[in-house]
Design a protein around this ligand. Structure first.
Ligand code: ATP
Length: 255
């Protein structure tokens, strides 16, 4: 049996066989004062969510659907870095436990061969310009086969088992993920974003390519050039100006 090797993450642990959404439960626990590192894990989500009101399909037993409560003492402007941190930790866990070589699509998706393996939904609660808590929701497809995805999701989704050709031990994946996450989180709190930025860029999808930026009703094309020292995406528009995009409401499409 793989064992949890972290000091804080996952030491306070809530397991459910079924939840509407692990993020909703985690936010409720955070409001009640649950400590940093609290993990909510569920075998399935009946109303799993992605960004911007989209759904996250979360069938029982095949993936990992979890939410992590964090209470970093950081300025609000640094909170988007947590999603990038989660992406890097997820990639490292996949690289350690599976044959899959994932890529990160800014801001919140992990892809293999252009298909979505994993999504991250970070939600923020702040009081008076200070972070009160963050809930980092992670949905990852581990042991799904193509027939396990409904039609609309099947076109965009993959799993570690599909991409890697072998099943994944979910407990081993989870303990490995929490170890990488804790190490990267502690490094980030102590030393800042710069190492994480390098690790992120080494796995980034779509940098150097033309992308379509969708932000509310606005759409435009640009050249993705990288991320800056805060984690904002740098995109050069058709007038040659460099734009800084913050993750909040922005979606990216390859062009
Ligand atoms: P986009 O990736 O299109 O820019 P987004 O990053 O905002 O959008 P997310 O919120 O990360 O999207 O994910 C929601 C979308 O992911 C859904 O609209 C659906 O297409 C797809 N999806 C839903 N469930 C899964 C799943 N289990 N695995 C992979 N993709 C899924």
């Amino acid at each position: 049996e793989p064992r949890l090797e972290t000091e804080r993450l996952g030491r306070n642990y809530h397991f459910h066989t079924s939840l509407p959404s692990s993020n909703i439960t985690a936010k409720e626990l955070a409001r009640q004062g649950a400590p940093e590192g609290t993990v909510v894990l569920t075998e399935e989500q009946t109303a799993g969510r992605g960004r911007l009101g989209r759904g996250w399909y979360s069938p029982p037993g095949l993936g990992i659907y979890m939410s992590l409560i964090l209470r970093p003492r950081i300025p609000l402007g640094q909170t988007p870095q947590v999603t990038l941190l989660a992406s890097v930790a997820l990639c490292k866990a996949l690289e350690a436990v599976t044959p899959v070589r994932p890529q990160i699509k800014w801001p919140n998706d992990i892809l293999v061969n252009g298909k979505k393996l994993c999504g991250i939904l970070t939600e923020l609660n702040a009081e008076m310009e200070a972070v009160n808590y963050l809930v980092v929701g992670i949905g990852i497809n581990l042991n799904q086969q193509p027939a396990d995805f409904p039609g609309d999701v099947a076109n965009v989704a993959t799993s570690a088992a599909i991409a890697g050709g072998e099943p994944v031990d979910r407990i081993r994946f989870l303990t490995t993920l929490l170890s990488f996450f804790e190490a990267d989180y502690d490094h980030w709190l102590q030393k800042g974003f710069s190492q994480l930025r390098e690790e992120w860029l080494a796995r980034a999808a779509g940098i150097g390519t033309t992308v379509r930026i969708i932000s509310g009703k606005q759409e435009w094309l640009g050249q993705a050039e990288g991320i800056d020292t805060d984690g904002a995406l740098l995109v050069r528009n058709e007038d040659g100006e460099l734009q800084r995009l913050i993750s909040g409401e922005v979606s990216l499409r390859p062009e």
